[in-house]
Design a protein around this ligand. Structure first.
Ligand code: G5P
Ligand code: MG
Length: 234
């Protein structure tokens, strides 16, 4: 079993299940779940802060700072803030799983200046499946909890299970917005995927169901770091 920190990211198009898979990784391996999209939404909702800090819990955290220009598409990570991010000699085995980052070749190169990734998990899901999933997604804005009317519906329709607060549909889940997001993702992601493939660290998982992909992701990570939950307990 490896004893160093594992640096991993999860990539995939909108609706591919990055958030769902990372939430399972976080619970199964005792990690913090970081989402660049969630931070972005919170920051923009809060008036467009000029600076975001992504950080996990305790002393094993990933901090990536994004400095926006005028458009979200030109975000670039500028530094990994904390010296304890990805320490070279660490006595524990803790991965950093960050869904949706890096999203462009520029971000991938900037990340190279911060650390070398060990593992990239890429989710390949058919376009039609993505559209269906996003159309049925409901979120709890305050926590980022994600539901799907087919896959993981809330106990009571339209209401968050934990807080009882109303669920909303994301603005960018409207069908016309989804099509534009998918196009944008495809163009930006291709060179990123190629880069990690050429480095031999890309692990691609294809399918239409997260529950069928998950055992393979779990098995891959379990071979590198010790889980705290079994595969079924996510
Ligand atoms: P986000 O928030 O990262 P996207 O577009 O990359 O947004 P998104 O939409 O959040 O990704 P996801 O996390 O990949 O999708 O998918 P998910 O939420 O887990 O699953 C989608 C739905 O399907 C959910 O309802 C889930 O319950 C359901 N589901 C999961 N598995 C199954 C299944 O097997 N079956 C079924 N039926 N349902 C399932 O980023 C938002 C925007 O911010 C910007 C970008 O513009 C991005 O579009 N952004 C960045 N910009 C620049 N740089 C960055 N690094 C950026 N990060 C974000
Ligand atoms: Mg997400």
């Amino acid at each position: 079993m490896a004893s160093k920190l594992l640096r991993a990211v999860v990539l995939g198009p909108p609706g591919s299940g990055k958030g769902t898979v990372c939430e399972r990784i976080a619970r199964s391996f005792g990690l913090q779940h970081l989402s660049s999209g969630q931070f972005l939404r919170e920051s923009l909702g809060g008036g467009g802060a000029a600076h975001w800090l992504f950080q996990g819990s305790q002393d094993h955290f990933t901090a990536v700072s994004l400095m926006p220009s005028t458009q979200t598409s030109s975000l670039s990570p500028v530094f990994c803030l904390h010296p304890r991010c990805f320490p070279a000699s660490h006595s524990h085995s803790h991965p950093a799983a960050c869904p949706g980052f890096p999203r462009t070749l520029g971000q991938a190169k900037a990340l190279d200046g911060i650390c070398q990734l060990d593992l990239v998990i890429s989710l390949n899901i058919p376009f039609e499946t993505l559209k269906d999933r996003l159309g049925a997604r409901w979120v709890h804005p305050a926590s980022g909890r994600v539901y799907n009317m087919d896959f993981n519906p809330p106990h009571t329709q339209g209401v968050d299970d934990l807080t009882g607060e109303p669920l909303v549909q994301r603005e960018d889940d409207r069908p016309e917005a989804v099509a534009a997001r998918l196009r944008k993702y495809k163009d930006a992601a291709k060179p990123v995927i190629e880069l990690y493939k050429s480095r031999g660290i890309l692990h691609s998982f294809s399918g239409t169901e997260t529950n069928k992909i998950w055992p393979y992701v779990y098995s891959l990570l379990s071979s590198k770091i010790p889980p705290i939950l079994s595969e079924e307990e996510h």
